[in-house]
Ligand binder design. Structure first.
Ligand code: HEM
Length: 192
């Protein structure tokens, strides 16, 4: 197995272990699909209104790109209710994560938007299914979302280091040491 694939597998194992994502979450979403799929339009509208309202996130998009992005998010959302294999789903999300990295979608953008998605989904789920079942459905959605965002964040981190190491010929372990020593300097500047 290549080193990149091995690191991806390790990342996958860590993020799914930490979020606790399993096939049971996708089964729960499938049960909720008749209601939850109807929330797609509201979710997509909220998502892009938020991103286009803020200059740093709006700057990620090209002129006239919004309709295409709305369509891909709508399709992605609908696809969450038809997952039979966690592994296959996550391998596909790796590709989506790489697309974001290429477009400079920073981790804090992803995390902020994941929070918006989670909150809106939870509100709708509790409205539709009542408190107990609504929270159970929302938690399943949350585990999926955080795993996807975690994978993208891991990709950003790992790829930045690989790229720097390849461009400079400096080993990643050495880059790690530089990062740790830079933390000290940044801390002094920020906290003093
Ligand atoms: C939880 C957060 C997010 C999710 C679940 C998500 C999901 C997706 C999906 C499913 C695609 C389509 C991938 C494909 O073509 O198959 C996509 C593409 C894209 N997203 Fe996101 N996204 C998120 C956050 C963001 C944020 C915060 C931004 C910008 C600030 C953004 C900008 C983009 C762009 C520019 C593309 C097009 C990439 C390309 O094909 O060049 N996304 N996203």
């Amino acid at each position: 197995m290549s080193q990149i694939k091995q690191r991806f597998d390790e990342g996958l194992d860590t993020i799914t272990t930490l979020t606790g994502l399993t096939q049971a979450d996708f089964d729960k979403l499938r049960e909720a699909a008749p209601q939850a799929k109807q929330w797609g339009d509201a979710i997509v509208a909220m998502f892009y209104d938020t991103l286009f309202d803020h200059p740093r996130t709006a700057a990620v998009f090209q002129e006239g790109e919004r309709p295409a992005r709305e369509k891909t998010l709508e399709e992605w959302y609908a696809s969450l209710f038809e997952v039979d294999s966690v592994d296959q789903f996550l391998r596909n999300q790796a590709r989506i994560g790489l697309l974001h990295i290429r477009r400079h979608v920073h981790n804090e953008f992803m995390i902020g938007m994941a929070n918006r998605l989670r909150t809106l989904f939870e509100t709708k789920a509790v409205e539709a299914f009542g408190n107990e079942e609504g929270v159970a459905v929302a938690q399943a959605f949350s585990r999926v979302l955080d795993t996807v965002v975690g994978l993208t964040a891991e990709g950003y981190d790992v790829l930045s280091k690989i790229a720097l190491s390849q461009a400079t010929g400096v080993q990643e372990t050495v880059i790690d040491k530089f990062i740790i020593s830079a933390v000290g300097d940044v801390e002094k500047e920020l906290l003093n």
